[in-house]
Write a protein that binds this ligand. Structure first.
Ligand SMILES: NC(=O)c1ccc[n+]([C@@H]2O[C@H](COP(=O)([O-])OP(=O)(O)OC[C@H]3O[C@@H](n4cnc5c(N)ncnc54)[C@H](O)[C@@H]3O)[C@@H](O)[C@H]2O)c1
Length: 331
């Protein structure tokens, strides 16, 4: 039996989710919902389903909805996620939410707690780790190929001239970079950060963050909304006692550098994945698979708890800068 799908929030990203479900053999989009009627109506036409203008009307419609993608935005690209997610979870619908889970930690904790209380699958679209390159590198880490891990360096930057709230850059972009760091190295214990406003900017558009992970690994994140350009969205390097790997552009390049030999192993476009935009397909396909398999909520890849832990690191970086201190994360 396939999945009946609803998509909430039909901006650019909601439509990206919808196109993936629409093209999937095991999914049937039954509802789209946007507070703006023209967006909902257009999507209903595109995906041949019913349009709703409020989540309340959608969940009371009697339609069977097996999963929903929740793609609203709001302040710092996450301010509208709270209410919409609570409405979907309260109706018992498994949710794949967009990042950041929320720009407000109290809200994020409530969202995670409600899904847990109701034992519902709740994933977040932390799509950067859903690449064959990251999966191969993770297998190397788990098989001990790098030896004991010592260091992780992550760079993520894009050109984003948007002048919004002071910490828009940290809260809206770095759920992604931090999720990739957590994927390889686990939970973070302590955080210290410096921020800089780019030329002519009102917001903290550049950051350098130091992290100490619970397993002792020391990590560094370089982030910017004033960089990037034609190539160079992200680079992740993990260094162990026996060797290191570098992932370029999420999925484009993967290299293994043994510590005691000159023989470099290089992969290009593993799994045929050509660029970052394809990570929406790989992440959402995995979400579909796990729902079809009726996976236990705690087994969902990149689940809401992971996203919450990422946001705690983000808030610790901001606190560190504002208080000129090293911040221990309080999970
Ligand atoms: N995972 C990624 O790589 C990635 C990339 C870019 C953006 N995003 C995220 O995707 C999300 C959406 O971004 P976007 O650019 O499509 O935003 P957008 O503002 O273009 O679209 C959001 C839509 O949600 C609708 N909406 C808001 N509240 C609603 C509610 N309660 N009920 C129904 N509809 C509601 C709005 O009317 C709007 O049409 C953001 O959270 C952003 O951070 C993720």
């Amino acid at each position: 039996m396939g999945l009946n799908v609803a998509v909430v929030g039909l901006g650019g990203i909601g439509n990206t989710h919808a196109r993936i479900y629409h093209g999937h053999d095991d999914c049937n989009i039954v509802a789209v919902c946007d507070a703006l009627q023209d967006k909902a109506d257009k999507a209903a036409k595109d995906y041949e389903c019913q349009a709703f203008y409020s989540i309340a009307d959608m969940v009371q419609s009697g339609l069977r909805i097996d999963v929903a993608s929740m793609c609203t935005a709001g302040e710092e690209n996450g301010g509208d996620h709270y209410q919409a997610t609570l409405e979907l979870l309260s109706a018992g619908i498994p949710v794949l939410g967009e990042k950041p889970i929320s720009n407000n930690i109290t809200h994020a904790r409530e969202m995670v707690a409600l899904a847990k209380e109701k034992n519902i699958r709740y994933g977040i679209n932390l799509n950067h780790r859903f690449t064959p390159a990251a999966i191969r590198a993770k297998e190397w880490v788990e098989a001990g190929r790098l030896g004991e891990l010592n260091i992780i360096n992550m760079t993520m930057w894009i050109n984003n001239p948007n002048e919004s709230s002071p910490h828009f850059h940290m809260r809206a972009l770095h759920p992604h970079s931090i999720d990739v760091m957590r994927y390889f190295c686990g939970d973070v214990l302590k955080v210290q950060a410096f921020f800089k406003k780019g030329k002519g900017r009102q917001i903290w558009s550049n950051v350098q963050v130091n992290m100490q992970f619970e397993n002792g690994v020391v990590g560094h994140l370089t982030g910017s909304y004033d960089a990037g350009g034609s190539y160079g969205l992200e680079t992740c390097e993990v260094v162990g006692a026996e060797g290191r790997f570098v992932i370029r552009e999420a999925c484009v390049g993967l290299e293994f550098y043994p510590r005691f030999s000159q023989e470099v192993e290089t992969y290009q476009n593993l799994g045929g994945m050509l660029g970052f935009p394809e990570t929406f397909g790989s992440r959402i396909t995995r979400w579909i698979e796990q729902n079809l398999e009726a996976a236990a909520p705690e087994d969902i890849d990149a689940r809401a708890e992971d996203a919450l832990k990422g946001q705690l690191i983000i808030e610790a970086a901001i606190e560190s800068w504002e208080n000129d201190s090293v911040v221990t994360i309080n999970y």
